[in-house]
Design a protein around this ligand. Sequence first.
Ligand code: MSP
Length: 543
Amino acid sequence: MPKRIYITTPIYYVNDKPHIGHAYTTTVCDVYARFMRFAGREVFFLTGTDEHGLKVEKSAQARGISPQQLADENASEFQRVMSRLGLTFDDFIRTTEPRHVEQVQAMVRKLLDTDAVYLGEFEGWYDEGQEEYHTETKARELDYKSPVSGEPLVRAKEDNYYFRLSAFQEPLERLFQQQPDFVRPAARRNEVLGRLREGLQDVPMSRTNFTWGVPMPHDPGHVIYVWIDALMNYITALGLGEPDSDAYRQRSKYWPATYHIIGKEILWFHAVIWPAILMALDLPLPKCVYAHSFWIHEGQKMSKSLGNFIDLATIQQYVDRYGLDAWRYYMATHGPLGATDADFRADHFHSVYNTDLANTLGNCASRTAAMINKYFDGFVPAEAGPDESALAEEEGPDRLRMMIADHDWPAIAKEAVSSSTAAMEEIDLARSIGSAIGLVRKVDAFINLTEPYKLAKDEGKRGELGAILYQCLEAVRIASLLLWAVMPGKMSELWSALGLSIEPDAGRLAELAEWGGLEPGRRVRKIALFPRVDTLSVIEGAA
Ligand code: MSP
């Protein structure tokens, strides 16, 4: 695995308010980015806003403000929301920033020079009122009249710049063969391949019917099509279009991207058009375009007309009621990372909170800490007791460990660390987090099996009692390291209850996750991480 990681979200349209979709994709990237930083990797995590295009121009007009004002307002709203959701992006790029605009122009100039972009003529049936072209088939269907005004469609011609996508048919097919993981999940890759095999046509890449965009070099009557401008954000943020810049010197090392995380609706642009542009620019291709599915809400697609969008106000209610980390946990473990949509249900959120967080993680940490307080005055007991016969057989440092009820805890913990890390590498958040929670479940089962509260009654079993409680707490500590990326606030709380000062940014996850890191004699406070939430107070209106 490469030491350096570059992960990106789509850049979000500024004519929309932030909602669960934006929060979700960015949270997925954040969990991965945090985990990898903790694992010692050099991570660059990018998000931002897509600010050009006719829709922004029109929304601004409707509000009587300039498109730049609208973009400024909403971009700062996106930034505010993302920071509040604990999202630790390294840069936030806006497509109206000069650094972006200048590099887009430089790269389009290069595409013109190499003939990957050319000036061509476009002809079709034009609806003058709607400023929209129709194909011959569609125009015939409409009886050559505007479906809106009823006025006749006119035959019109337009000069347009085109991107020579057709020239990349074979290279793209080869890419999909040679890099089977270029698009994930596999179901999405197959969809793209199917469409790719139907054949590629050149695509228009400039517009003349509005002005809110990046002007075409040498031909400012044309603006660059917003998608071309937007896709380039992934490399303009690294300065790739400006090789003598500081940005290039500091950041070009992150290219190519490890993951472009996107929603499935924008896959074609990322899986076909984007690699073709990169090939035309002679740049390396991203390792993986990962297209997740959609959140739906209580069984229904979210839409403005249904008014059932999980908007910021609703997200805030969940955060207030269950805590930010619980929100992140639910996003990461039950989100639509796979090939099917995920249903956001208030009752499901509630039961996941209670099962995984209140009853498993919270309860296990609190009962272990409580027993240490009760039986050992809050001091972490040693793993080895005076009862020599129960000592493990092995030589070396392990010799002092008691193996109780056939539980080889160092091996169990090691397995959880490696499977959780491997799953995270693959961006399988649910599996990664599941391995950590699984470790906590094993601790619970171990407590139930060994019944330390009964051993406590027998003075002769003090060594064994201490070893059991050490092992429980140590396994919880290791699980907490694996869970920090998804629940940074709560896991830091846990660490401070254990008197540990851990700096995830120092990147020492593997070292800290070794068995035995918890020193006996350390003082442990009582722990209450996830208070129970009353069923009656499940978010109203969201159910
Ligand atoms: N501006 C383009 C992207 C350009 S990237 C070079 C765009 N913006 S968007 O504001 O519409 O954001 C789309 C993204 O939001 C999706 O790709 C996905 O990441 C996220 N989601 C929007 N609705 C969603 C759901 N219902 N569920 C999950 N994520 C979804 O498209």
